[in-house]
Design a protein around this ligand. Structure first.
Ligand SMILES: Cc1cc2nc3c(=O)[nH]c(=O)nc-3n(C[C@H](O)[C@H](O)[C@H](O)COP(=O)(O)OP(=O)(O)OC[C@H]3O[C@@H](n4cnc5c(N)ncnc54)[C@H](O)[C@@H]3O)c2cc1C
Length: 403
C-alpha cells in the first residue's frame, strides 16, 4: 500500500520512462505505472521498431546519461535523399547545410528502452508498478487519487499521462481530442543488404504512400513502408520471400541483395491531438498528447520535446517552493509546446496528403515543390531545422544543459 507520491506517471513506454528519469533529479518521489506486466515490458522484441532521434533529442538523452550506452547501437544520418517517381526527381538534404553534429541518428527502440529502465531501477525515489490499469481518478484535498488496484492507493500532486494512443489519463481528465484515420498502414521491418547505405536515409514517394529506408549498423536498414490498407493487407499475406521481392522492385538495385531480419509488423495510422494537455495537477506527454503520421519520423522526438519542457517548468516550480502540479507552471508547458506541435501536425499531414495520391494536378505540385525546395538552401535549412527541433525557444535539456 503506497500512499502519497509527488509525481505519478502513467505509461512505462519510452516517453514515460524518460519523464521519470528527467524528473527524478528533483528528488521528488515518483510512481511509474503500466498496465502491462514487467516481464513483457522488458522482453526483447516488445517493440522491434527503430526511431530516428534528432540531434536536439540526442543532446537530451546525453544529459540524462543515456546516450553513452546507446551510442554504440545508433547510426548517424548525414544526408536524407527524397525521391518522387524515381531517382531523376530527387533532392538531398545534406548535413553540410546545418553544420555540427549529424542531424539525426537511428536507434533501436528495444535497446533504448533497456537502457532507460536499467537506469530507472537504480533510482531510489522511483517506484515501478506493473499490471496496474488506470481506470479511475478522483480529486481530493490530498491531491489526485489513483486506484489502480483495490489494495493500493496512490495520491499525487502531479499526474502525468504518458499512456499513449488510448490515454486513460486524457479521457479521465476530460481533455477533448480529435482523431482522423489516414486509411493507411505502415509496414515495418528490418532488412540486411549487400550494399552499404552508410549514413544516408532515403524517402521514396509512391502514390499509395512513402517508403523510408533508414540506415542501421552492419549493412542493415529499417524499412517503414506506408500504403493504403487494402494494398498493405495484400502484401502482409505474402510469404516473406515474395514480400522482399516486392520491396526489391520498389528500391531497385540500390541495396543490392536483400534478406529479412526479424518480423514484418504493421501499424494502422491516424492523426490524433488533444486540444488541451493540462488541467490542475494533470498533464499529457508523448502520444497521449498527440499522434502524428510517421512520414517524417518525428513522434518520439515531439514526445521528448514535451518531456524537456515539462521537466523544466516542474523543476523551476519546485525550486520556487511550489507544488509540482502548479497550474500556472503547467499552463506555461502547454503554451510552450503548442506551436511546435501544431507545426509538426500540419507539416506531416500536408506532406502525406501531397505525396500519397494519384491526382494529376498534385503530381505537378509535387515536382514543382521538390524543384523549388531544391533551388533554395534557405528553404531546405528551414525544413531541416524543424525536423531537428531547433525552431523556437529551446528548453535546457534540448540545449544539452542540466535541469
Ligand atoms: C510505424 C511507426 C514508426 C515510427 N517511427 C518513428 C521515428 O522514426 N521517430 C520518432 O520520433 N517517432 C516515430 N514513431 C512514433 C513513436 O513510436 C511514438 O511517438 C512513441 O513510441 C510514443 O511513445 P509513448 O511512450 O508516448 O507511448 P507508448 O509507447 O504507446 O506507451 C504507452 C504506455 O502506456 C501504457 N498504458 C496505456 N494505457 C494505460 C492505462 N490505462 N494504465 C496503465 N498503463 C497504460 C501502455 O501499456 C504503454 O506501455 C513511429 C510510429 C510508428 C507507428
Amino acid at each position: 500500500m503506497v500512499d502519497k507520491i509527488d509525481i505519478a506517471i502513467v505509461g512505462r513506454g519510452l516517453i514515460g520512462g524518460i519523464t521519470a528519469l528527467a524528473l527524478s533529479k528533483t528528488g521528488a518521489t515518483i510512481a511509474l505505472i503500466d498496465k502491462i506486466k514487467t516481464e513483457k515490458l522488458d522482453s526483447i522484441g516488445f517493440d522491434p521498431r527503430t526511431s530516428t532521434v534528432s540531434k536536439t533529442s540526442k543532446r537530451m538523452l546525453d544529459v540524462l546519461g543515456l546516450w553513452k550506452d546507446l551510442d554504440a547501437f545508433s547510426n548517424p544520418i548525414l544526408d536524407i535523399k527524397v525521391e518522387e517517381g524515381g531517382p531523376k526527381n530527387s533532392i538531398i538534404f545534406s548535413s553540410d547545410l546545418v553544420p555540427g553534429e549529424p542531424m539525426s541518428y537511428v536507434v533501436e527502440n528495444d535497446k533504448l528502452r533497456e537502457i532507460i529502465f536499467k537506469k530507472i531501477r537504480k533510482k531510489t525515489n522511483t517506484i515501478l508498478f506493473d499490471n496496474f490499469e488506470l481506470k479511475t481518478i478522483s480529486h481530493s484535498p490530498q491531491g489526485i487519487e489513483l486506484f489502480p488496484k483495490k489494495d493500493v492507493k496512490i495520491s499525487t500532486n502531479l499526474l502525468v499521462g504518458a499512456d499513449g494512443r488510448n490515454s486513460a489519463v486524457r479521457r479521465l481528465a476530460g481533455f477533448k481530442s480529435k482523431c482522423r484515420q489516414y486509411h493507411q498502414k505502415a509496414i515495418v521491418l528490418i532488412v540486411k543488404h549487400s550494399i552499404s547505405q552508410r549514413n544516408t536515409a532515403r524517402q521514396l514517394f509512391f502514390p499509395p504512400g512513402p517508403l523510408a529506408i533508414l540506415p542501421l549498423k552492419d549493412n542493415r536498414s529499417s524499412i517503414v513502408w506506408t500504403m493504403d490498407i487494402p494494398t498493405a493487407d495484400k502484401y502482409l499475406k505474402l510469404p516473406p520471400r515474395n514480400f522482399i521481392k516486392e520491396l526489391e522492385s520498389r528500391v531497385g538495385k540500390s541495396l543490392g541483395s536483400i534478406s529479412l531480419s526479424g518480423e514484418i509488423l504493421s501499424y494502422q495510422l491516424d492523426l490524433q491531438f488533444a486540444k488541451n494537455i493540462v488541467s490542475p495537477g494533470i498533464s499529457l506527454v508523448g502520444d497521449a498528447a498527440r499522434i502524428i503520421h510517421p512520414i517524417a519520423g518525428q513522434g518520439l522526438n515531439l514526445g521528448l520535446r514535451d518531456v524537456a519542457v515539462l521537466a523544466e517548468v516542474v523543476v523551476d516550480a519546485l525550486r520556487l517552493g511550489l507544488d509540482p502540479g502548479d497550474l500556472y507552471s503547467l499552463r506555461k508547458y502547454e503554451r510552450w509546446r503548442s506551436l511546435d506541435t501544431a507545426a509538426m501536425v500540419a507539416s506531416t499531414d500536408g506532406i502525406n496528403k501531397l505525396f500519397s495520391n494519384k491526382i494529376p494536378t498534385l503530381a505537378f505540385s509535387r515536382k514543382f515543390g521538390l524543384k523549388l525546395i531544391d533551388s533554395s538552401n534557405l528553404i531546405k535549412r528551414f525544413f531541416m531545422r524543424q525536423a531537428i527541433g531547433e525552431l523556437g525557444t529551446l528548453p535546457r535539456l534540448l540545449r544539452g544543459e542540466e535541469l
